[in-house]
Design a protein around this ligand. Structure first.
Ligand code: AHG
Ligand code: MN
Ligand code: MN
Ligand code: MN
Length: 336
C-alpha cells in the first residue's frame, strides 16, 4: 500500500481548521488508536492464546461475557484513563458509568461511550469483529464528578464517533462532523494510514442485512419490506443480495462501501430492539449521516434525536443508503 498520511498527521492537519482546539480531542484519538492496536494484536493471536471463549458470567446486558470483551474493555479504559483527557466512560461491559477522578481527568472536557468488542460471539470462529466509540462534551461542571446526564445525551450532540474493524485488515473509521474518513492499519509499521478519505454511502444499494431467522417475530412492515427486497424487478436490480455477518461494525462497513441497508427491528423476541442506543446505534447513525446515509429507529424517528433514558437502552435500528432506508420507512408507515 502506498503510504499517504498517517492517522496522527491527518488529525493534526484537521486540528489546524479549529484555532481554538486544545488538542484534547486529538489525545482521545491517540488513546483509541493505541488501544485499537493492542486489541488488534490480541485478536490476531486469539486462536493460539487462551483468550477465546466465555468468561463464565453474564454482563449487564444479560449476555455471556467473552474473554475478549473483558480484554478490549480493559485496554480501552486504561488507554483513555492514562492520558487524563476524559472525565468518564460508559461501556456496554460496565454496569454503571466509570468516573475518572485523578487530578487531570476530572478537568477533562469529554466523556467517551464504547462498545469495546462488537460481534464478540464471532470471535471464536474467526469472523470480523469491531469496536465502536462515541465522544460527547460533558454537561457537568469541570472538576466535579461526572453524572449520568453527561452520558444520556441525544446522539446529535456527539462531537466525534467512529469504529475499528478487525477484519481481513484492521481499519479505523471516524468522523468529527466533517465527513467520514478511514485508515488502514499496517501492522508491520504499527501505523494507521489514510486509505478512505471522505467515505460516502451510495444513495442506492442492492444489499439487505437482517437476521432473517427472526422473520416470524418481526412486525408486518419489516416482513413486507423483506419480501420487497426478495421480489424480482429488473429496474431496481431486485432481488437484492442478502448479507448478514452478525457483527454490526462489519455489516455497516460493507454497506457503507457497497450501498445497502442494515435492519435490527423490534420483534417479539426483542420488544424494544436489541442494539444499544448509546454504544451502537448513535455512533453508527452519526457516521451514516456524515456519509450521506440515513439512520432511523422507526417512522419519523431519527435515531440521533432520541432522548436516552438509560445507559443500556435498546432501540430498533435501520441504517444505510438514503433511498433504501426511505423506502423501508414507507413500508413501516403503511403496514404498522
Ligand atoms: P455485541 O457483540 O457488542 O454484544 O453486539 C452484538 C450485536 C451486533 O454486533 C450484531 O449486529 C447483533 O448483535 C447480532 O445479533 P443477532 O445475533 O441477534 O443477529
Ligand atoms: Mn455484548
Ligand atoms: Mn455490539
Ligand atoms: Mn460488545
Amino acid at each position: 500500500m502506498e503510504i499517504t498520511k498517517t492517522l496522527g498527521e491527518f488529525i493534526i492537519e484537521k486540528q489546524a481548521d479549529y484555532p481554538d482546539a486544545t488538542g484534547e480531542l486529538s489525545s482521545i484519538f491517540s488513546s483509541i488508536r493505541l488501544a485499537a492496536k493492542i486489541v488488534h494484536r490480541e485478536i490476531n493471536k486469539a486462536g493460539l492464546a487462551d483468550i477465546t471463549g466465555a468468561v463464565g458470567n453474564e454482563n449487564i446486558q444479560g449476555e455471556q461475557q467473552q474473554k475478549l470483551d473483558v480484554i478490549a474493555n480493559d485496554k480501552f479504559k486504561a488507554a483513555l484513563a492514562a492520558r487524563g483527557v476524559v472525565c468518564g466512560l460508559a461501556s456496554e461491559e460496565e454496569d454503571c458509568y466509570v468516573h475518572f477522578d485523578d487530578d487531570r481527568s476530572k478537568f477533562g472536557k469529554y466523556v467517551v461511550l464504547i462498545d469495546p468488542l462488537d460481534g464478540s460471539s464471532n470471535i471464536d470462529v474467526n469472523v470480523s469483529v469491531g469496536t465502536i466509540f462515541s465522544v460527547y462534551r460533558r454537561l457537568s461542571p469541570m472538576g466535579e464528578p461526572v453524572t449520568e446526564a453527561d452520558f444520556l445525551q441525544p446522539g446529535d450532540q456527539q462531537v466525534a464517533a467512529g469504529y475499528v474493524i478487525y477484519g481481513s485488515s484492521t481499519m479505523l473509521v471516524y468522523s468529527t462532523g466533517n465527513g467520514v474518513h478511514g485508515f488502514t492499519y499496517d501492522p508491520s509499521l504499527g501505523i494507521f494510514c489514510l486509505s478512505h478519505e471522505n467515505m460516502c454511502y451510495p444513495e442506492n444499494g442492492t444489499i439487505y442485512s437482517v437476521n432473517e431467522g427472526n422473520y416470524v417475530h418481526f412486525h408486518d412492515g419489516v416482513k413486507q419490506y423483506i419480501k420487497y427486497c426478495q421480489m424480482e424487478d429488473a429496474k431496481t436490480n431486485r432481488p437484492y443480495t442478502s448479507r448478514y455477518i452478525g457483527s454490526l461494525v462489519s455489516d455497516f462497513h460493507r454497506n457503507l462501501i457497497k450501498g445497502g441497508i442494515f435492519l435490527y427491528p423490534a420483534s417479539s423476541l426483542h420488544p424494544t430492539g436489541k442494539l444499544r442506543l448509546l454504544y451502537e446505534c448513535n455512533p453508527m447513525a452519526f457516521l451514516a449521516e456524515q456519509a450521506g446515509g440515513v439512520a432511523i429507529s422507526g417512522v419519523e424517528s431519527r435515531t440521533l434525536e432520541l432522548e436516552p433514558s438509560e445507559l443500556h437502552q435498546r432501540v430498533p435500528f435501520f441504517v444505510g443508503s438514503k433511498n433504501m432506508v426511505n423506502k423501508l420507512e414507507r413500508f413501516l408507515r403503511e403496514f404498522t
